[in-house]
Design a protein around this ligand. Structure first.
Ligand SMILES: O=c1ccn([C@@H]2O[C@H](COP(=O)(O)OP(=O)(O)O[C@H]3OC[C@@H](O)[C@H](O)[C@H]3O)[C@@H](O)[C@H]2O)c(=O)[nH]1
Length: 608
């Protein structure tokens, strides 16, 4: 009698543990996991717990929110297998005390250790609960002695900078969305409580339902991490109006090149960077239930890097993925090396596999100058990039947010534009690579939603500006500010009567986060009602630069109009208000003032 494999599967289909006692290729293992998950999850509660799968058998039992699945040979005994599984549950229950799915997610190594004591090569080795627990507690003491020293020495450089970080160090096998699974634990088909009831070993368990076990774990996690809520100025991240947050954010973008201190040697033309010269900004210490692993594609770009800042300050684990085509490492340099941060150079046109809970898919050049410089690549990014990220979302069961654009409305015949408007796009014009790329990206998102059940969010972003726009971005805001700072003429394309509504980047980031965490799966316009003609906007920039620098000698000059340039653009944001409770907090003039400061301090006259 030899067990071939043990799989612990959540009701949402997430594998929480998999142990193989026979040699199989990765492909074969994934096939078995996929087939067996489908078989088991598809069964109703009263159905028999034994199944035939190819030339083997599958024995399963549900305890609270987890299915324990064992594969055996067709000649092996199902009841004995069930008894082994049950013994495993009892031993975990003893070890963890009121074990639940979260225990296994956050302390999965122990679940493996216990299994290793119970089964060797698939054969039952030790059925005594007491002996298994004694060995595990010996291991624990050894690990504590060795691990604490090492962990502390590794974290030492950060401890001074990250309030309360010293208590963390929990690992995560599955995703943070395990918390979602826990909330619905209990129910028919067996439970951890029933295992405890049989063992009679845990007096606490007799009176504890699976739901209260979850509550206990939640409560203990929350109390362990409760100090986070008292961090001065970092308790709330709901809005950028929160001044301490704004001060922290400003410190990140108003001095991007000082993330690494540097000295410039003019004589030999070298720059020396000093690593670790600046402290990381303090990030919130989230309890593991709230801490998400979040992928931001295009995370080193203009909007992406602001989003990364906000998510990092909120205390999440952030993976920033960028091909640095228009994004720049310096936009996120202040996070490099932080324990919660990973930077990956990768082009979304190629697939990638990372285990995450949420995906903000922002990767795509957004300035007309950039996206038109390589239209085929822009289309590939729109289609394949989105296709790959949706595939990833499907595979890891992550929520997916697409950054779409007001450009999907083309040169609109409806004004302001509601989300219900289908648009007016020239599919053969120079802007089509972006417009149609984003339109097909939306189509892909909703097709994945319908066909594969992927949880999608779609943000239609209107003209956005702010710090970290590239000096060579080519969009109207950065062009005009840079021209005005150098007292050059402001180049207005066309007669200057076309309009745009502009929003400051912090408002957009608020909107994206609200949308991601809402239940609104329809497209949502994110933009402001402040609409200007390009002539008016040019004059406002000249005035602001004069106010900031004391002088601006620029004039407005009109040049040839651009092909297919939309004549007017302003969002109807009723849906954002009603569904997300989102409204812009920044007046355009305030955002522009800050952007002028940014360009003045970091671009014009900058050393590097
Ligand atoms: O130097 C310039 C730059 C731009 N403009 C004009 O200013 C207006 C705005 O142009 P931008 O290049 O900033 O942006 P567009 O509105 O054309 O496209 C933008 O739309 C929304 C987003 O999704 C994208 O960021 C971008 O595609 C256009 O009418 C353009 O012709 C100038 O008059 N002078």
């Amino acid at each position: 009698m030899a067990v071939q494999y043990i799989i612990l599967l959540s009701r949402q289909g997430k594998v929480r543990l998999a142990k193989w006692f026979l040699t199989l290729s990765l492909k074969e293992k994934s096939k078995i996991v996929k087939d067996v998950s489908t078989l088991v999850l598809g069964r109703r509660t009263k159905m028999c717990s034994f199944l035939e799968y190819k030339d083997s058998k599958v024995v399963y039992r549900r305890y609270a929110s987890l299915f324990f699945i064992a594969g055996i040979e067709s000649t092996d005994n199902e009841l004995i297998t069930l008894e082994i599984v049950h013994r495993y549950v009892e031993q975990m229950d003893r070890y963890y005390g009121n074990v639940c799915e979260l225990d296994i997610i956050f302390n999965f190594q122990k679940a493996y250790y216990i299994l290793d004591e119970l089964l060797i090569a698939g054969e039952l080795q030790e059925s005594s609960k007491r002996d298994v627990l004694r060995r595990i507690s010996q291991q624990d003491s050894l690990e504590e002695a060795e691990g604490d020293e090492e962990k502390f020495s590794r974290l030492m450089p950060y401890i001074g900078q990250l309030p309360g970080m010293s208590g963390d160090g929990s690992s995560s096998l599955g995703s943070g969305s395990g918390a979602g699974g826990m909330s619905s634990s209990g129910g028919p088909g067996g439970s951890f409580a029933s295992a405890r009831g049989r063992s009679g070993a845990n007096p606490k368990s007799q009176a504890t339902s699976p739901t209260s076990a979850v509550d206990t774990v939640r409560a203990s996690l929350l109390s362990r991490y409760s100090s986070a809520t008292s961090l001065p100025g970092l308790a709330s991240f709901s809005s950028v109006d929160d001044n301490p947050l704004l001060t922290t954010l400003r410190s990140l973008y108003l001095s991007p090149h000082t993330a690494l201190a540097h000295t410039v040697q003019r004589e030999d033309g070298t720059i020396t960077y000093t690593p670790g010269a600046n402290a990381y900004p303090p990030v919130r210490l989230l309890n593991p239930i709230e801490k998400q692993r979040i992928l931001v594609t295009g995370g080193a770009g203009f909007v992406g890097s602001h989003l990364v800042d906000r998510l990092m300050l909120m205390g999440h684990n952030v993976i920033c993925l960028d091909n640095f085509f228009t994004g720049s490492k310096s936009n996120v340099a202040h996070w490099i090396g932080h324990p919660n941060f990973e930077l990956i150079r990768h082009d979304v046109v190629d697939p990638i596999l990372v285990e995450v809970d949420q995906i903000y898919h922002l990767a795509c050049p957004a300035s007309p100058v950039h996206y038109q410089s390589n239209p085929v690549k822009t289309l590939k990014t729109g289609f394949f990039g989105t296709y790959n990220m949706l595939g990833l979302a499907k595979r890891v069961k992550a929520r997916f947010l697409l950054s779409s654009t007001s450009e999907i409305y083309g040169d609109p015949e409806e004004h302001p534009q509601k989300e219900s408007y289908w648009g007016h796009v020239n599919c053969t014009g120079p802007r089509a690579c972006y417009d149609e790329g984003k339109r097909v990206a939306e189509t892909l998102a909703y097709s994945y939603q319908r066909q594969e059940g992927v949880d999608v969010r779609v943000a239609r972003i209107f003209n956005t500006f702010g710090p970290r726009m590239n000096w060579n971005d080519g969009r109207v805001v950065s062009n005009f500010i840079l021209q005005a700072l150098k007292s050059e003429d402001l180049t207005v394309y066309g007669d200057g009567k076309s309009t745009r509504s502009f929003q400051y980047v912090h408002d957009l980031v608020d909107g994206l986060m609200k949308l991601m965490n809402s239940n609104c799966d329809e497209p949502v316009n994110i933009g402001t009602q402040e609409e200007f003609t390009i002539d008016q906007f040019a004059q406002m920039v000249i005035d602001l630069v004069a106010e900031e620098t004391g002088f601006c000698g620029s004039q407005v000059v009109h040049m040839a109009a651009l092909e297919d340039d939309p004549q007017k653009r302003k969002p109807d944001t009723t849906r954002a208000k009603e569904r997300l409770d989102w409204e812009p907090q920044w007046k355009v003039i305030d955002g522009l003032r800050e952007t002028v400061k940014y360009f003045k301090t970091t671009q014009v006259g900058s050393e590097i």
